[in-house]
Design a protein around this ligand. Structure first.
Ligand code: NDP
Length: 283
């Protein structure tokens, strides 16, 4: 049976480092504050925002919450972001997705000052050097690194090409010298592609899309999907019970990737504040 790669211990280790760095910033009188903008009343978004606020408190990051009505205009939202961009006390800005249909999400995300963009969605094509990386993809990289498995030279297959998960994941694997294939809803024979994967990353949102016959023996399988089964229990995109017998490593749902996403957000928030503080000190 493969090793079950749990997110919580790796996330806790990262959060402990973040907490120490946050305390060091505080001791130096540096601002450290995450502004979170929520538009509308989507129940899942409210839960995610609540968790972010709780985790900020846990690690010593100040957080401010801006809850705007579903009917807010794009102009009003852009004005709020502009105000936060200019506020020296705010070191990180996050707009919770999805946004209502009348708002141009890409334009809104691009209006965030890149130094304060802790979700790092504006970094999509430039993940080289020491840029902040999008939280879910960055968290998965940390999880893979925690096992000691090398990415360089491996066949990596990413199923899903969203701007939030699939594309940044593929870019990060490429940056680590993996040989990367990206699959999507137009891929003709998905199993044919996934069977080539030494590292298989699945971010689709369809339960049991990936069955055991679609996985190579000894593969490292990362399941990002979050779905509900018939009994309402949280489950991923891969058939965990069958695939864990075949994989060398596999992440469970829940308890795999999920805890890493929020830990990476905290990491990015402290990193962004450290960089802004260093620039101000040097002026
Ligand atoms: P999106 O709906 O934005 O993207 C899904 C992707 O899957 C699309 O690229 C789509 O292809 C592709 N797809 C759909 N059907 C198939 C198929 N049959 N075969 C191959 N590819 C297919 O979702 P997200 O990327 O935002 O999220 C994916 C999943 O990850 C969700 O379950 C979400 O809840 C979860 N998630 C979990 C997080 C965590 O922290 N654990 C964080 C973020 C997301 P196409 O582009 O052609 O339409």
């Amino acid at each position: 049976m493969g090793v079950i790669v749990k997110g919580k211990p790796v996330a806790d280790a990262l959060l402990a480092k973040v907490q120490a760095d946050a305390e060091a910033l505080r001791q130096n009188g540096a601002p450290l504050c995450l502004a979170v903008i929520l538009v509308g009343d989507d129940p899942a978004s409210k839960i995610y925002v609540g968790k972010k606020h709780e985790t900020c408190e846990r690690v010593g990051i100040q957080s401010r919450m801006y809850h705007l009505a579903e009917s807010v205009s794009q102009q009003e939202l852009l004005e709020l972001i502009e105000k936060l961009n200019k506020d020296a006390q705010v070191t990180g800005i996050l707009v919770q997705l999805p946004l209502p249909a009348h708002i141009h999400a890409r334009q809104v995300l691009r209006s965030i000052d890149t130094h304060k963009d802790v979700d790092a969605f504006s970094m999509l094509l430039d993940m080289s050097g020491d840029d902040l990386v999008p939280c879910t993809a960055g968290g998965i990289l940390e999880l893979i690194h925690s096992t000691g498995v090398e990415i360089a030279g491996k066949n990596c297959v990413v199923v899903g090409r969203s701007n939030i998960v699939g594309k940044p994941m593929a870019m990060l694997l490429l940056h680590e010298n993996g040989t990367v294939t990206i699959c999507h809803s137009g891929t003709v024979d998905l199993g044919d592609q996934t069977r080539q994967a030494d590292i298989l990353i699945v971010a689709v949102g369809k339960k049991k899309l990936i069955t055991a016959d679609m996985v190579k023996d000894g593969a490292f399988v990362v399941d990002i999907g979050m779905n509900r089964d018939a009994s309402g229990k949280l489950c991923g995109d891969v058939d965990f019970e069958a695939i864990k017998e075949k994989a060398s490593y596999i992440t469970p749902v829940p308890g795999g990737v999920g805890p890493m996403t929020i830990a990476m957000l905290m990491y990015n928030t402290v990193e962004a504040a450290k960089r802004q503080f260093a620039v101000r000190r040097d002026i």
